[in-house]
Write a protein that binds this ligand. Structure first.
Ligand SMILES: NC(=O)NCCC(=O)O
Ligand SMILES: [Zn+2]
Ligand SMILES: [Zn+2]
Length: 484
């Protein structure tokens, strides 16, 4: 079997920085140490060898708001690899009333084109006995995360009773619920009022989703998860109100994780006031971009560990698709891209500025989520036996982001014109060189599904604690527990 060696680099993991070569055989890391030899040699001098990025939040070819997101598993995973991401986790989305297993089949078909490894979260978009039953079958297929939308009233949103029932089921199965935390009832009211008052442009999207709707919903989801006895993962945390709820819960020992997006960390609400309608509409996403105070809160969360992972929520729509909402901001498809830009943007605006360390960079782009999703150390690690999903990141390699050179299928880039460093010299997916001296070498269909079993360490520990502290009847002499 032929071997590859990455030579002369500095290995950076979530907790260590040291010089060593990495030997790869059969798609796995076979040895780490000095003076290793292999059939193919990749030069990592003056560069960092890290676990490939894992993006836990993508929507590829997703049916949404009357259209489909424009990047599919072909262009989406090419974009991922070009930016140093070697695994994506996409959302299988049953339409209301649809079987979860049918939705999974549909996502399975789409993912056949993937260039890098992938996994799925399952969305709970409606509730009933069938969903309850199928959740078990879904976990048996290697999916241990279930997403709940607290917004998008009338389409994807679930109510509190449904969410509580689903969270209880997750607790029984050792699965983890995810939430999109915005108060969908309030958003619907505000949107209707704004439209009635003649606020029809993309800036009204931001007015309709103030930080309070996110803070309220985040706190509510945390409390419901605590009552259901299950950990909770909050996607796209964009503001201090939501971060504060997560921080407070963590300090009380609750098992909650928060995921900011690279867009919310680096782009602000002024984008919505741009006089060019297309410019503003291209940046419409939920939650919307916020002000500097909220951005500072997210950066502080990454540095302090109260926020855990940086994702993209990559859900890209073309300008033509965005124009569905001319005259009515509620019809602008919600979503932005970012898969190719997440790592270089975070390196440039996070590590180079000193907001986070290189080790924290690895933690929040790869290792933390691999642990949460229960696929560590197969993914997210530079360890003997781990999948050889690796990047050789060159801290001096520089580019200016431009839609004209991106892999994504859309006609613009929300980071257009930003100069970034920390680009991949090499990217390996299970040992196969996908980016070679900076050039993408795509391999459609190379990507494999990553099964993630339930009952990971945090789920197990929390169930043990909840069992130990569960309500119990008090034994009283002479008084029977049940009536006579
Ligand atoms: N975030 C967004 O605006 N679009 C994608 C769907 C979602 O995550 O809410
Ligand atoms: Zn969302
Ligand atoms: Zn999303």
């Amino acid at each position: 079997m032929s071997t590859t060696v990455i030579k002369g680099g500095t290995i950076v993991t979530a907790d260590l920085t040291y010089e060593a070569d990495v030997l790869i055989e059969g798609g796995k890391i076979a040895a780490i140490g000095p003076d290793l030899a292999g059939d193919t040699v990749l030069d990592a001098s003056d560069a960092f060898v890290m676990p490939g990025g894992i993006d836990p939040h993508t929507h590829l070819e997703m049916p949404f708001m009357g259209t489909y997101s424009a990047d599919d598993f072909d262009s989406g995973t090419r974009a991922a690899l070009a930016g140093g991401t070697t695994m994506v986790v996409d959302f299988a989305l049953p339409s209301p009333g649809q079987s979860l297993l049918d939705a999974l089949k549909a996502w399975d078909n789409k993912s056949a084109r993937a260039h890098c490894d992938y996994s799925f979260h399952m969305a709970v978009t409606w509730w009933g006995e069938q969903v309850f039953d199928e959740m078990k079958a879904v976990t048996e297929k290697g999916i241990n995360t279930f997403k709940h939308f607290m917004a998008y009233k009338g389409s994807l949103m679930v109510n509190d009773d449904e969410m509580y029932a689903s969270f209880r089921r997750c607790a029984e199965l050792g699965a983890i619920p995810l939430v999109h935390a915005e108060n969908g009832d309030v958003v619907a009211e505000l949107s209707a009022r704004l439209l009635a008052e003649g606020n029809t442009g993309p800036e009204a999207h931001a007015y309709s989703r103030p930080a309070q709707v996110e803070g309220e919903a985040t706190n509510r989801a945390i409390m419901i998860a605590d009552m259901a006895g299950v950990p909770l993962y909050v996607v796209h945390v964009s503001c201090e109100d939501a971060h504060e709820a997560i921080r407070r819960a963590k300090m009380l020992g609750r098992r909650v994780w928060g995921e900011p997006l690279i867009q919310h960390l680096t782009l602000d609400e002024s984008e919505y006031f741009n006089p060019d309608w297309d410019h503003a509409a291209r940046r419409v996403m939920s939650p919307p971009f916020r002000d500097k105070r909220n951005q500072d809160s997210l950066w502080a969360g990454l540095a302090s560990g109260t926020l855990s992972c940086v994702a993209t929520d990559h859900c890209a729509f073309t300008t033509a698709q965005k124009r569905f909402g001319v005259g009515d901001f509620t019809k602008i498809p919600n979503g932005t891209g970012g898969l190719e830009d997440r790592l270089p943007m975070l390196w440039t605006q996070g590590v180079e500025t000193g907001r986070i360390t290189p080790n924290e960079f690895v933690a929040v782009t790869s290792t933390n989520i691999a642990k949460i999703l229960n696929c560590y150390p197969r993914k997210g690690a530079v360890l003997v036996g781990a999948d050889a999903d690796l990047i050789v990141l060159d801290p001096r390699k520089e580019k200016t982001i431009s839609a004209s050179t991106q892999q994504s299928a859309i006609d613009y880039n929300v980071f257009e014109g930003k100069t970034v460093r920390g680009l991949p010299r090499y990217v390996l997916s299970r040992g196969r060189v996908m980016v070679d001296d900076g050039a993408l070498r795509p391999a459609e269909g190379h990507g494999e599904f990553v099964a993630r079993p339930p009952a990971g360490p945090v789920s197990k520990a929390l169930s043990a604690w909840k069992e130990l502290t569960a309500p119990r009847p008090v034994e009283r002499a002479g008084i029977p527990a049940s009536g006579v």
